[in-house]
Design a binder for this molecule. Sequence first.
Ligand code: APR
Length: 178
Amino acid sequence: MILQHSPAVVVTQLEAIQGDITCLAVDAIVNAANQSLMGGGGVDGAIHRAAGLELLAACSKLKGCATGDAKATPAFRLPAKWVFHAVGPVWRGGAGGEDELLAGCYRRCLELAREHHAKAIAFPAISTGIYGFPSERAARIAVATVREHAPGAEVELVKFVCFDGQTYSIYQRLLQAG
Ligand code: APR
């Protein structure tokens, strides 16, 4: 999937991979955090374990993060340079603005990417684990938001990192559909 933005004429490559986001040597990886930013389970737990205790210390200085927003820290022991901590919505049936809040996570991470000159960024499937957001609906929001905002953020590579086969096949189908 190639997207273009003029006048900078940035070409953004979108791809889906299956694996562990903590292993990726991209400029920034996105964490699916909670409002406290003080760690948790799922990908949040994996990122904090791999980054080391300095990440928790850096997060504690951020004084939390609102749902639909994202904040940046260095990545410390991770191979990436930055971690963008995004707080996705808890799924409550879809009538409470969950779609817009999830889109906000992707949009804010792309704004952080531009601010930090991160040209390659990796996203997990935010909110689709413990927060219960339906995987296909979340993937459609993720791909649409990245398609719209990544070229303008001068991001050249976006990796959607899927931890399970079902999520991976959803992203592959959406990216191939164009
Ligand atoms: N790499 C990539 N993706 C991962 C990894 C990993 N190492 N571990 C889990 N995932 C996937 C899950 O399979 C799911 O598809 O990340 C997606 C998001 O799931 P969660 O990590 O449960 O995040 P979320 O649903 O957004 O819930 C956030 O869970 O861990 C706590 O502190 C976190 O309270 C917050 C809540």
